[in-house]
Ligand binder design. Structure first.
Ligand code: PAF
Length: 308
């Protein structure tokens, strides 16, 4: 996992993200998690679950990034719960929602393999029952970058995560650093509303540096071959910073220069922002977040590295 701030080669665990092969020893030994759907079933399962309880919220199509979140929760909590819910409220584009990859049997095999105790896989009406009319919106942190590119996205994310937290009442909730702004927005909400403790977990990468994402499945072979340019570009920016460059635009330009070598990459933004506030920087004098969004055909990928 590229821990967000380490080069991929020495930090990448290789994980195919595939479910365990049938009959493999690990699969044969893994106890299946308890799967619940309705709010009532969830409440019953939670009442019988020892604390502390760790929640890994997901939209399914689990990969090695999710595995690492579940494994971290397993190491720290008496009960590990995974939610699998493709949240319609965070998709601006209905086509994007419709093509979001889903396979519950595959996801359940991965949850079993990682030792999750409980999987909550609700229907839309279990999460948003008739009459549901509340939205949770975080302020300034949710506005730039993904917030600007995807209007309404973070409101959808924070609303569903607030519902998940309200129903599961986790002691800890685990989120990946690949979605850097989401992590900050959810941490803000959880702190402001005193909901739970958010545990940030490092990005997991393929050996060639591509950050794991459920969306990678949509890349054509040529796009998949091109996509590691994101990590190379971020590393180039980080190298400029490590060499002493403090002018933020010069670092962004170094990132764009590498991205420009890949004809399939259509750059949406390259950002170098204050790590805590996400305000764009002119000079880098403290912890900063270098992030980008790039399209390959119809697939939009995001990635980031921290500059310490
Ligand atoms: O990161 C995700 O998969 C989703 O945004 C989340 C946090 C599960 C909310 O739907």
């Amino acid at each position: 996992m590229s821990r967000g701030d380490e080069p991929a080669p020495e930090s990448t665990p290789v994980d195919t993200a595939a479910p365990p092969a049938g009959g493999a020893p690990a699969a044969a030994l893994a106890a299946p998690p308890c799967v619940v759907r309705s709010r009532g079933e969830l409440a019953e399962a939670l009442a019988a679950s020892p604390r502390p309880l760790g929640l890994v919220p997901t939209m399914g199509w689990l990969h090695a990034g999710h595995r690492s979140l579940i494994a971290r929760a397993r190491a720290e909590c008496a009960t590990v719960a995974v939610s699998i819910f493709v949240n319609p409220r965070q998709f601006g584009d209905p086509a994007d929602l419709a093509k979001y990859p889903r396979s519950e049997s595959r996801d359940l095999a991965i949850c079993a393999d990682e030792g999750a105790d409980l999987v909550w896989a609700p229907d839309v009406a279990d999460v948003y029952p008739p009459g549901f009319d509340t939205s949770v919106r975080v302020g300034a942190l949710a506005r730039p970058l993904e917030g600007a590119a995807r209007p309404g996205h973070f409101e959808g994310v924070t609303t569903v995560v607030a519902v998940l937290f309200g129903l599961v009442r986790p002691d800890r909730a685990y989120f990946g650093a690949k979605d850097a702004q989401q992590l900050r927005v959810i941490t803000r909400m959880a702190t402001d509303l005193a909901l739970t403790s958010v545990v940030p977990c490092p990005t997991v990468r393929e050996l060639d540096g591509l950050a794991l994402s459920s969306r990678n499945v949509h890349l054509s072979p040529a796009e998949r071959a091109a996509a590691p340019v994101l990590h190379r570009a971020l590393l180039a920016g980080r190298a400029r910073h490590a060499a002493g460059e403090r002018d933020a635009e010069a670092i962004r330009a170094a990132v764009r220069e590498v991205l420009a070598t890949e004809p399939l990459a259509r750059v949406e933004y390259v950002s170098l922002a204050d790590d805590a506030t996400l305000a764009e920087l002119q000079r880098v004098e403290g912890p900063a977040l270098l992030s980008l969004a790039v399209r390959f055909g119809a697939t939009r990928l995001i990635d980031n590295l921290s500059l310490a």
